[in-house]
Design a binder for this molecule. Structure first.
Ligand code: SAH
Length: 287
């Protein structure tokens, strides 16, 4: 017997149940949905500047909240598609932008939104809900076609991992997963005081530019990620030992390393994107 779908409680959480009744301005906030609203209009404008939004652009916004970014996006873009999971906020936005036919508002989990339905090239601009940053980024990076660019505010620590250099503590699976699909650069750092309520963590705006031709075709990207996870799985292990997690014959691994000119004693976390791409090509995929 199949279980009935679980009701999406968070999406139903109306303003009255938010955060144990703790008020922030006129709307209460739901911590579980990562609700930290930007209170600084100048900062919001700089985020939109980061995506060079102009009159020919269609923009996807995830988690519009009270609409601080949405408002600026509508003043610059051709069209805005915004997806808000919180029913109370969705209702508020519907009212606020009732006279704005260029805004399409969805009450939905952005992870379940198919960006192909936008029907034309688009840019993503968002102050993301931090608790779902990584799945949301990959949902869009792996969609076809991906956005032309993604300017997103995320937790500073996650930004550091995305922007990390080989050999550093932050360098890892997230760095390489993004690097395989997009170029990344920092736009700016934003202090907690720019939000209401202020988050406990610092924030960073980054710009991702999906690669026109990724170094591996889509069908080989999952294999690449398996290789990266194995190589990075146990830090300080030699590459040869770490790749044991792939459960391939020893000689197959040694042959692949040799073919790539890689010393079996190096550590996975010191290798750059190119080396991992080569290694993924040289190792047989298990499926
Ligand atoms: N952009 C606004 C709000 C950012 S807070 C601002 O800068 O002020 C994050 C927003 O994402 C909240 O409005 C929250 O309700 C919404 N949200 C959280 N999880 C979501 C999901 N899975 N899909 C869509 N929206 C989500």
């Amino acid at each position: 017997m199949s279980r009935p779908p679980r009701p999406d409680r968070s999406a139903d959480a109306s303003a009255s149940r938010h955060n144990g009744g703790k008020d922030s301005g006129t709307i209460r906030t739901l911590k579980s949905l990562g609700q930290h609203f930007l209170a600084d209009k100048g900062m919001a404008a700089r985020i939109v500047d980061g995506a060079d939004v102009g009159p020919d652009d269609t923009v996807l916004e995830i988690g519009p909240g009270r609409g601080i970014l949405t408002d600026i996006l509508l003043s610059r873009a051709k069209r805005v598609v915004a997806i808000e999971l919180d029913r109370g906020l969705h209702g508020l936005l519907e009212e606020r932008f009732a006279d704005e036919p260029r805004l399409t508002l969805h009450h939905r989990d952005a992870l379940k939104f198919d960006p192909a339905t936008i029907g034309e090239p688009y840019k993503l601009v968002a102050n993301l809900p931090y608790q779902v940053t990584t799945p949301l980024l990959f949902h869009l990076l792996e969609s076809t076609p991906p956005p032309d660019c993604m300017v997103v505010m995320i937790q500073e620590e996650v930004a550091h991992r995305i922007l990390a250099q080989p050999g550093t503590r932050e360098y890892g699976v997230l760095t390489l997963g993004v690097a395989l699909r997009a170029g990344a650069k920092k736009v700016m750092t934003v202090k907690p005081g720019a939000f209401s309520p202020p988050p406990k963590v610092r924030s960073t705006v980054i710009r991702l530019t999906p690669l026109a031709s990724p170094p591996l075709p889509e069908g080989e990207q999952a294999h690449f990620m398996r290789v990266v996870r194995a190589a990075m799985g146990t830090r300080r292990k030699t590459l040869k030992n770490a790749l044991g997690a792939l459960k391939l014959p020893n000689e197959t691994v040694l042959e692949a390393l040799d073919q790539c000119g890689l010393d079996p004693q190096v550590r996975g976390e010191t290798l750059g994107l190119e080396a991992f791409v080569q290694l993924a090509r040289a190792l047989p995929s298990s499926n």
